[in-house]
Design a protein around this ligand. Structure first.
Ligand code: ATP
Ligand code: MG
Length: 368
């Protein structure tokens, strides 16, 4: 068991601009930490530095209080699970799982016991004599997990371990990995570009983009209090709506699109007053764009055009427009609405987010 600490860590490949910039991240002992962000943001690089597969260019990386910048991968006491399982095709499941322990010269009975324990935990006890080609994708992934578990490492590292699986199996395996975490209690760092995976699995989530950390927080805090417009847009599906606006008067009114006024709730006025005359971005999650005012805490009426909708069974997504704005709404009242018709919608301004304006940093202006 160990924590993992990055202190002002940067990483450059050759003479290129840094891939990771001044990373400060403390993964607590026993924590399930997810690294999430778009392709190329540096998630794998970060994980590979922990594994020792990439050097740290500057800063300090420690595992369990020990600085590991110069420690060889094999001496770090970590185990990594990759996207492409990397099982040995000529070895059966038992041999695949035992291989790392054999290399490390564990004795036979210890190896046998650990393989049996891991196989029981992962419910692959029946498959021990099979070769990888005789297994389904999900079973192979379980063997890859088993190979990591038998090592009893201080830290598990996962790099998109589920992305080769079909959607249903992915959902099943993500619950299993969470369960495994609960049973083992070991520190886990899990990389994914899938925000749903991040939200459902992480104790905390680190949201990255272009080598920078945008926010480190619990799933609920990321959803309700995103630090900036990037996090707000990245977390949540369908994405938050972003609406350009200008603050007027004493901060009680926002002008959006072609000068439509929206009155904002009392509690938002004081801080919006500081942005009087300025551009801001109004952020509204689809569930706060509603078709009736009664379900809103602070409704702002919007006459809109209903372009189309998608019925998902338990809920529907509404694609709406007004002037040059395109807005997504989400409703759990599922009904058929004609395409290209005028509809009355209501923004629930009690749940509005505000971000520094069009040319600003996108920083969140107010945290609920
Ligand atoms: N060995 C390397 N040499 C040079 N550049 C590299 C190397 N490995 C990665 N990079 C670059 O570093 C950046 C981050 O790559 P990384 O693999 O960490 O991204 P990622 O967040 O894991 O992306 P993905 O979701 O696509 O796996 C990318 O721009 C990538 O091209
Ligand atoms: Mg990657």
């Amino acid at each position: 068991m160990a924590d993992v600490r990055f202190e002002n860590v940067s990483k450059s490949y050759g003479s290129n601009a840094p891939t990771i910039r001044n990373l400060d991240l403390h993964v607590r002992d026993g924590e399930f930490m997810v690294l999430v962000g778009p392709s190329g943001c540096g998630k794998s690089t970060t994980l590979r530095m922990v594994a020792g597969l990439e050097d740290v260019t500057s800063g300090t990386l420690s595992i369990g209080g020990r600085v590991v910048n110069e420690v060889a991968p094999k001496d770090r006491d970590i185990a990594m699970v990759f996207q492409n399982y990397a099982l040995y095709p000529h070895m059966n499941v038992r041999e695949n799982m035992a291989f790392g322990l054999k290399l490390r010269k564990f004795d036979r009975t210890e190896i046998e016991q650990r393989v049996r324990e891991a196989a029981t935990l992962l419910e692959i006890g029946e498959l021990l004599e099979r070769k990888p080609r005789e297994l389904s994708g999900g079973q192979r992934q379980r063997v890859a997990l088993g190979r990591a578990i038998v090592r009893k490492p201080q830290v598990f590292l996962f790099d998109e371990p589920l992305s080769n699986l079909d959607a249903k199996l992915r959902v099943q395996m993500r619950t299993e990995i969470k369960k495994l975490h609960r049973q083992l209690g070991t520190t886990m760092i899990y990389v994914t570009h899938d925000q749903v995976e991040a939200m459902t699995m992480g104790d905390r989530i680190t949201v990255m983009k272009d080598g920078d950390v945008h926010q480190i927080d619990t799933p609920v805090a990321l959803y309700n209090q995103p630090a900036d417009i990037f996090v707000a847009g990245f977390i949540g599906s369908p994405s938050m709506n972003f609406i350009p606006a200008r603050v007027i008067d004493d901060g009680s009114i926002l002008l959006i699109a072609d000068k439509r006024p929206i009155t904002v709730p009392e509690e938002h006025r004081a801080f919006l007053a500081d942005y009087r005359g300025q551009e801001v971005t109004l952020g509204l999650r689809p569930e706060h764009v509603r078709s009736t005012p009664d379900s809103c805490e602070y409704p702002a009426h919007m006459a809109m055009q209903h372009e189309m909708s998608e019925l998902l069974g338990n809920e529907m997504y509404l694609y709406l427009s007004t002037d040059n704005l395109h807005i997504t709404g989400r409703s759990n009242v599922v009904r058929q609405i004609e395409m290209d018709t005028a509809v009355d919608m209501y923004f629930d301004m009690a749940h509005a987010h505000y971000f520094e304006g069009a040319s600003g940093t996108g920083r969140t202006l107010h945290v609920h």
